[in-house]
Ligand binder design. Sequence first.
Ligand SMILES: Cc1cc2nc3c(=O)[nH]c(=O)nc-3n(C[C@H](O)[C@H](O)[C@H](O)COP(=O)(O)OP(=O)(O)OC[C@H]3O[C@@H](n4cnc5c(N)ncnc54)[C@H](O)[C@@H]3O)c2cc1C
Length: 523
Amino acid sequence: MADQDIKNIIIVGGGTAGWLSAAHLAKTLKSNHPDGINVTLIESPDIPTIGVGEGTVPQMRESLQYLGLSETDFIRECNVTFKQSIKFEGWLHTASKGDGQNSYHHVFDYPSVSSLDLTPYWLLDKAKELSYVDAVTVQGKICDLGLGPKLITHKEFDGFTNYAYHLDAAKFSEFLTKHAVNNLGVDRRLTKVVDIMLHDDGSVKSVRTDSEGELEADFFVDCTGFSSLIMEKKLGVGFIDKSDVLFVDHALAAQVPYPKNDDAIPCATLSSAQEAGWIWDIGLSDRRGTGYVYSSKYSSHERAEEVFRNYLRPTIGALADELTCRSIKMKIGYREKFWHKNCVAIGLSQGFVEPLEATGLLIFDATARMLAEQFPAQKSSFPAVAERFNALVNNAWERVIDFVKLHYYLSERDDHSFWTDNRDKNSVPESLLKHLEIWKSGCPSAYDFPSRFEVFTKENYYYILYGMHFNTDIKRIKYRYQNSEKAEKEFQYIQKLTVELSGTLIKHRDLIERIKAYGLQKL
Ligand SMILES: Cc1cc2nc3c(=O)[nH]c(=O)nc-3n(C[C@H](O)[C@H](O)[C@H](O)COP(=O)(O)OP(=O)(O)OC[C@H]3O[C@@H](n4cnc5c(N)ncnc54)[C@H](O)[C@@H]3O)c2cc1C
């Protein structure tokens, strides 16, 4: 490959991953500037996007701000609601067993009000009459009360509590498209790629399209979804299958109306454990998005449909039996390489694990940003930058798999072999088993998550471990925690704040309606 400047990037694929990549690349590489890099996005009008992916994590807030998007417009145009937590229902044990407490929150607020980490003090019984989440933060209660994370008087992207969003995936793609084309200088081509041409060294030279001829570029981004047109089909980059660790491989998805227009909108994604997987239930401003993610090894498709319709019936009645469910086959795992020659895969073409912790958009947004920020000035730097990029993205996938598997491994459900097999140590990554061994006698610490680019941190682990009653016994090292008095005051302060905020914050649906009507103040 000749050592030349890079002037053109082609992205193939116009799903959420394609448009997030286009926006990050065009913004950072200054496509609007005469010396900037041109970004072209090709999307086929005949091949639909996957059309699911409605839950996000708080990093999305940072990205929207960075890309220069308005939170008010986003809420108005993408049927957005706020997400403050994932509420796990029925994950601890089989419903007929245990002490009745069978749900917990993974919230986004830090488990502290100062620099003092309250977790060891909670473990030492300082606030044990309360669940972990209710002792260390207000957010679980705020969610249970159906309250929003902010008021109409807050500025865009600001709030009392840390939050992410629920969004309509198709509308979000349109929203990003408009911004990327009108404001960031992305060139959009509606055409289908029918062939890919290579240079002698195996790098990508151009794509042949069915209506716009051959389009050349210096660099390509494969955002073609599960089909992975360039990375897998043309460049032959392999896929590391992880279905032996995470068993779910199918989803049934359905959009469901609210029974009444003024129904409460939950401020958390609801994740309900089922016999061979779990059901997500997301409240958007105009409808619910629901889906059953299950393992075809442990359930027939007919049985999965029955389980899904049974779940929906109590809230939508007879409609549950008439509803059309979309069936989606999922490939669980990730690519052997994410950057190969002059091509990077972002989105479902890069990898996928079940959406239990909304990691899809999180990883794709993070890798798009990472690519844009470290984009080389010349082609000769590709191999070195690619090596670093591949190592970072590989680590992100490995850590996501550990984190998702943790939810299954800690479950005591025994109603179905899907759950008991998930606890078979042979199916658990070594890295997770080692961490759990350490955490038996000490809390997760920053040393367990040494990369600056960790997807999940010790705080995320706290909420799952202690929400699921994992036993970290720190009595032997009690003497190391000498801030009991301060911790006690902070536990009390959190309870006081919970009461105060319960009176200040308004219902989630009211908040969304007010934002739609009046807008939020710009930053
Ligand atoms: C069941 C399920 C639930 C999910 N839930 C969540 C969630 O809650 N949160 C989350 O963050 N993520 C979630 N995800 C992941 C999320 O859906 C994806 O991250 C996101 O939609 C990105 O998809 P994509 O852009 O990679 O692919 P797609 O949406 O499939 O887009 C592929 C694009 O490539 C184009 N294309 C394909 N072939 C060609 C061709 N030959 N020529 C031109 N264009 C072509 C298509 O036209 C399309 O524009 C979920 C995924 C699944 C399967």
